[in-house]
Design a binder for this molecule. Structure first.
Ligand SMILES: Nc1ncnc2c1ncn2[C@@H]1O[C@H](COP(=O)(O)OP(=O)(O)OP(=O)(O)O)[C@@H](O)[C@H]1O
Length: 628
């Protein structure tokens, strides 16, 4: 076991008090219908699953955007990440977010400016300039803490901007179209909180709640509408013995800010301590004005939705979500080990052994399996979005690019004889059916991780997550991604055209044929032939590369790398230093203005009223079993 990097451990979260992870009961926040039953597809899944060797879905658990849709440079996180690449490597990785409908017929075009990648939906193109330069930095560009660049190189670099330019990866222009459309599948439907909301009852059964009760249900993802009957006033709620969803019990003033630990294009993430309990949390604070400006409202709502609905050891836990007039707040479990990306970057060759890669891949697969079962496509898998828990296990984070499917089917069982698990002779669970026919057409992802079907703009399915898994495993083993070109066009052309190659030079990682076979199958360009296309996660889990993997026990296994513990719980030793200048004053929020949007947000109507696109944001507190 490698003691890898330092961390701040005494983030005394609820999970940690119970052990390392949230209780491993069946999904603690399950969807339930009005009659008080879990959706059939989820119920069936667990019924089947409990009699198979597969782990239950909760048994185990970015965006490099430099420019917004207005073309301004953004995302400190991205700048920092770019700074972590050696100049010689010149790696550029970017997140591309564009809107629906994205035919990219000339994807092979070598001319960046003529290529729709760079000017999708008329937004200003963010491109990898041939001279390697990048747009000017945002006003709050952090001091670059250049990891992975020798002191000599830093000293020789005359100014930081130049250094940043040398190291920066290119990012693209996020743009969510149809900001205020509320079509099904675009946006969660909101429960009418005034009408007999459902609450959980002891024992996990559901019943009609006292309308005055504090506990209530939340918005229903359209993905679950089939379970409730079409267009019925179905609602999502949470039936569980271990999780209770209540009206939010905290506000910005309930927390002391300790330190900023991350920054995205509209969000800042702080390590905070709850005054009452002294518990540490990671609080993501999203600026409403920025979200409006950058058309990211739907993404923020979706992120809250996914976090609040998910309950999985390998998916970051949400404890509270609330809002003020200026901000949305997501109060999450603090992952003191920081980004997996950083871990990889500190390893020799920026890579890890095949056994270690198998371990992390298995945890990621368990998380993806769960997300697909819940009707979500993750769409932004990459080491930057994998956080490390203090224990060294992974936690997926950053769901703002995730997509919620339309009505899904029930998970089904594939008997061993007709294609079940050939290694165990047991039936296989088909979790792909939960999300099977759902196609979405956003142009979204991270440049080097984008799947061919996304580039082609012909719509994509949950199979994109299996593609990104292939890229991730490759990157864990070789310290680079397989299709990276000298610019975005070259990368996309390679993704569409080239077969994956495995480095064979003397210093390269020796990789087994089974591992290569897995990567090749995950990186099949035809999504219908890709591993995972038939039965979802089960296809991947039953690949012989994972023959020895004890799926049900992964979360109890010792991770290959354990984050260093800082002396104090608040030592954010596994995080970069983020410049605090533009820090949000979370405590100074006027408690009487806990919703709405600022007058100068541009959403005022001619009558002087304000449209409130954040009306549907759910302010809740999630009580987990074992909480005080
Ligand atoms: N739960 C957490 N525990 C510890 N650190 C976290 C947590 N959540 C986020 N961070 C840190 O904050 C950074 C930014 O978080 P996140 O990626 O969710 O923000 P974002 O605004 O959505 O970024 P982007 O614009 O790239 O989507 C992460 O890279 C990570 O370093």
């Amino acid at each position: 076991m490698t003691q890898l990097f330092a961390s701040s451990p005494s983030a005394v979260t609820n999970n940690e008090k119970r052990g390392n992870f949230p209780a491993l009961s069946l999904p603690s926040r399950k969807h339930s219908n009005e009659s008080g039953h879990l959706p059939t597809r989820i119920k069936n899944f667990f019924r089947i699953n409990s009699s198979s060797s597969h782990s239950p879905p909760n048994a185990s658990g970015s965006t490099e955007r430099e420019r917004d849709s207005h073309g301004s440079v953004k995302n400190e996180k991205s700048a920092f990440r770019q700074s972590r690449f050696l100049p010689g490597i010149g790696r550029n990785r970017s997140t591309t977010v564009a809107s629906e409908g994205n035919p990219l017929d000339d994807a092979m075009s070598p001319t960046a400016s003529a290529n729709p990648y760079f000017a999708h939906q008329g937004q200003p193109a963010l491109r990898h300039r041939n001279d390697g330069s990048v747009p000017s930095s945002p006003p709050d560009t952090p001091e670059l803490q250049v990891t992975g660049v020798s002191a000599v190189e830093q000293a020789n670099t005359t100014n930081k901007e130049e250094l940043a330019r040398k190291l920066r990866r290119v990012a693209s222009a996020p743009n969510a179209q149809g900001l205020f459309t509320s079509g099904q599948g675009d946006r969660p439907q909101t429960a009418d909180l005034g009408k007999e909301p459902l609450v959980e009852q002891s024992g996990g059964s559901m019943g009609l709640a006292d309308p005055n009760s504090e506990e209530y249900n939340l918005a229903v993802p359209s993905s679950l509408s089939s379970d409730f009957g079409s267009n019925a006033s179905f609602r999502r709620t949470y039936s569980s013995n271990s999780i209770k969803v209540r009206n939010v019990e905290v506000g910005p003033a309930s927390f002391d800010k300790i330190k900023m630990i991350g920054k995205g294009d509209v969000g800042k993430v702080y390590l905070v301590r709850e005054k009452k309990s002294s518990r540490l949390y990671a609080m993501k604070v999203l600026s409403k004005k920025e979200m409006i400006k950058r058309n990211k409202i739907k993404r923020a709502l979706a992120e809250q939705e996914i976090l609040a609905t998910s309950n999985h050891p390998f998916i970051v836990t949400l404890y509270h979500s609330f809002q003020s007039e200026d901000y949305l707040y997501l109060c999450m479990e603090y992952c003191s080990g920081g980004e997996f990306f950083r871990t990889l970057q500190t390893r020799p060759g920026k890579s890890i052994s095949e056994d270690a890669a198998r371990f992390y891949a298995a945890e990621v697969i368990a998380a993806l399996e769960y997300l697909h079962l819940m009707g979500f496509i993750y769409r932004d898998l990459k080491p930057e979005n994998i956080l490390l828990h203090q224990s060294g296990h992974i936690m997926l984070s950053d769901f703002d690019l995730s997509k919620q499917s339309g009505p899904g089917g029930a998970p089904t069982m594939i008997p061993a004889r007709s294609g079940g698990n050939s290694t165990t002779g047991l039936p296989t669970i088909d979790t792909k059916s939960c999300i099977a026919d759902f196609r979405t057409n956003s142009f979204v992802g991270t440049e080097e991780y984008i799947a061919p079907e996304v580039i082609k703009g012909c719509g994509h399915t949950s199979a994109v997550d299996w593609w990104t898994l292939g890229i991730l495993i490759y990157e864990m083993l070789y310290g680079t991604t397989p299709f990276k070109g000298k610019n975005r066009n070259a990368t996309f052309a390679s993704i569409l055209r080239d077969e994956v190659n495995f480095p064979e030079h003397s210093g390269a990682q020796q990789t087994s044929n089974l591992c290569k076979s897995l990567i090749r199958k995950l990186l099949i360009k035809d999504e219908t032939k890709r591993l995972g296309a038939r039965a979802g996660a089960s296809d991947v889990k039953t690949h012989p590369f994972f023959r020895q993997t004890q799926w049900a026990l992964i979360r109890h296994m010792k991770p290959p790398m354990i984050p260093h513990q800082g002396r104090a719980g608040t030592d954010t030793v596994n995080f970069r230093n983020v410049k605090e200048s533009a820090s949000v004053d979370i405590g100074g929020t006027d408690p009487t203005r806990m919703k709405g949007v600022p007058m100068d947000s541009g959403l005022a109507t001619p009558n002087g009223e304000l449209n409130d696109p954040f009306e549907e944001f759910n302010s809740v507190t999630l009580h987990h079993e074992g909480d005080m």
